[in-house]
Design a protein around this ligand. Structure first.
Ligand SMILES: Cc1cc2nc3c(=O)[nH]c(=O)nc-3n(C[C@H](O)[C@H](O)[C@H](O)COP(=O)(O)OP(=O)(O)OC[C@H]3O[C@@H](n4cnc5c(N)ncnc54)[C@H](O)[C@@H]3O)c2cc1C
Length: 481
């Protein structure tokens, strides 16, 4: 099979290159272009154009327009109202087409198997693997009304695991990520978290009481009968997801959410790790480095896994709920949980990642996903990996960015043989848009602050335009002759 390099506007000869990715043995990732450790040959900062050479011009124009629009505060802030208004004025079908050609198309490959498969194959041909997620924004309803929603989400997650397993053609580890609150009530997460916080963050006693949930329904004194029943059902759903992932050889990352839910997320994740992570990291957690306590939480979590001799795996992110967390702390009068300033978050991020890399180099049962668009962090990890002798394609360290963002970072990593993933939401326009505009509001700093994506796309577009004008003029000259 070949990868076709699309030259400007389809006017010119297509250059066909043999793609080593597609001829390799499964389970080993072979770099697309450069040799695996050849990171000195190029660096991200100097990586100004080759990343988009395979991207069709139409997609580049869409990316330029969408990323520019996403940088306007007004549009991002009122995205939900504008979405409803557009739906009302244009009608569902026409508005759906507009969204597919713009925002939805930029950040989501579609909801049909064929569309997703096409996007997944294209990504893998470029050395990037899809990292599917299910956009699940919980409706504000009372516990009991949403049981069907949780059951449906569980089935959607199972389907997502199947999709991950089916479309993976490049032999790199199969990964997807999910939210606990897609199949467990947020209010219950808060009650459990409060109980853990009241116990100075120690969740051992609760973990002990819930870990046999499949044999005996959970009974925690501080929960009502309905809450105990919902917790048991949620753990059974969770267990079904993890067992299915293990069967399909897929690893599932559990997203970190608000600090008011995170202790419950960690507790239930530990319960699943104890059951499913004995021989491989089936279920993995997320650590938010913007939290002052992140380093300590990561260390506690690793220790818990070491004590039980099971695999620990984590995606390290900076964190997506900063504004809300800070506002809540201010409103409720508790200490701001977020690091004092961006530099402190960067230091926390790099520190956590450094410790995990060291553990990996010591051959401990540790896996790491560097989920960041930050060029310094990515370069830092690449350098540390080289220094510690961790191979790019070993499978213990992977990188991830969001689909539709920072493609230059993903392409650079892919070209240098690193295992690189794109977090790709799966869902219809109605399911995905609320998730996308929440994410745009939370990640305003990437779409607004980081202009490098847009700058690189504009460089590539101007280059293509210049080439087009040059060849058009040449054609005109020959015709006149
Ligand atoms: C694959 C993937 C999965 C993700 N999963 C999750 C998840 O499960 N949970 C989650 O919360 N997020 C998740 N995120 C989002 C992530 O947390 C960040 O919001 C986003 O990636 C921006 O961080 P960065 O490292 O890419 O970039 P940068 O632009 O370097 O950092 C921006 C981030 O720094 C932090 N920050 C900004 N200003 C300040 C300040 N003044 N003080 C302290 N900190 C500050 C914020 O976290 C902000 O998002 C995920 C991201 C990716 C790519």
């Amino acid at each position: 099979m070949h990868s076709v390099s699309k030259l400007p506007l389809g006017r010119f000869a297509r250059c066909v290159i043999t793609h080593p990715n597609l001829t390799r043995q499964p389970a080993f990732f072979v770099p697309c272009h450069n040799t695996a450790n050849d990171v000195t040959a190029t660096n991200i900062e100097a990586y100004n154009e080759p990343g988009f050479r395979d991207t069709p011009t139409k997609q580049l124009v869409r990316a330029a327009v969408v990323l520019r629009l996403s940088s306007f505060d007004f549009l991002v802030k009122h995205a939900d109202t504008l979405f409803r208004l557009g739906n009302g004025v244009l009608g569902k079908t026409l508005f759906g087409k507009v969204m597919s050609a713009t925002f939805y198309g930029q950040f989501c490959p579609g909801s049909k198997y064929e569309d997703v498969k096409k996007a997944a194959v294209a990504m893998q041909e470029a050395g990037v693997t899809p990292f599917f997620s299910i956009p699940a924004e919980e409706p504000i309803t009372q516990l009991g009304d949403v049981e069907k929603w949780y059951a449906d989400n569980t089935q959607t997650i199972i389907d997502c695991i199947d999709m991950t397993s089916k479309v993976n053609i490049n032999g790199s580890p199969k990964l997807c990520h999910i939210k606990l609150t897609a199949f467990m009530d947020q209010a219950l997460c808060k009650v459990l978290s409060d109980a853990i916080i009241a116990n100075n963050g120690d969740d051992n006693a609760i973990l002990e009481s819930i870990k046999s949930f499949d044999k005996k329904p959970v009974h925690l004194d501080f929960l009502s009968d309905a809450e105990n029943q919902h917790l048991t059902e949620s753990l059974l759903r969770y267990d079904r997801i993890c067992a299915h992932a293990a069967k399909q050889d897929v690893s599932v990352y559990i997203d970190a959410e608000y600090i008011s839910f995170n202790p419950a997320i960690y507790l239930t994740c530990k319960a699943m790790m104890l059951r499913h992570n004995k021989t491989k990291p089936v279920v993995q957690i997320t650590i938010q480095a913007y939290l002052k306590k992140a380093k300590m939480e990561a260390e506690k979590f690793i220790k818990c896994c070491q004590n039980s001799d099971i695999f620990f795996g984590a995606k390290i992110v900076r964190g997506a709920y900063m504004v809300t967390e800070q506002q809540r702390a201010l409103d409720q009068g508790y200490e701001d949980p977020i690091c004092d300033g961006l530099d402190a978050t960067h230091a926390n991020y790099n520190g956590i990642v450094k410790n995990l890399l060291r553990a990996i180099s010591r051959k401990e049962k540790v896996h790491l996903m560097v989920a960041s668009h930050n060029e310094d962090s990515v370069t830092h990890v690449v350098r540390r990996m080289k220094k510690l002798g961790i191979e790019p394609n070993e499978g213990k360290v992977v990188f991830a960015q969001l689909y539709g963002l920072s493609d230059h970072v993903s392409n650079w990593l892919g070209e240098n043989g690193y295992l690189i993933y794109k977090s790709t939401p799966l869902g219809t326009i109605e399911d995905t848009m609320p998730y996308l505009y929440r994410r745009a509001q939370e990640n305003n700093s990437i779409t607004k602050g980081d202009k490098r994506d847009r700058a690189l796309i504009n460089i590539e577009l101007s280059k293509r335009l210049r080439q087009f004008v040059f060849f058009w003029r040449k054609d005109e000259y020959h015709t006149l002759q």
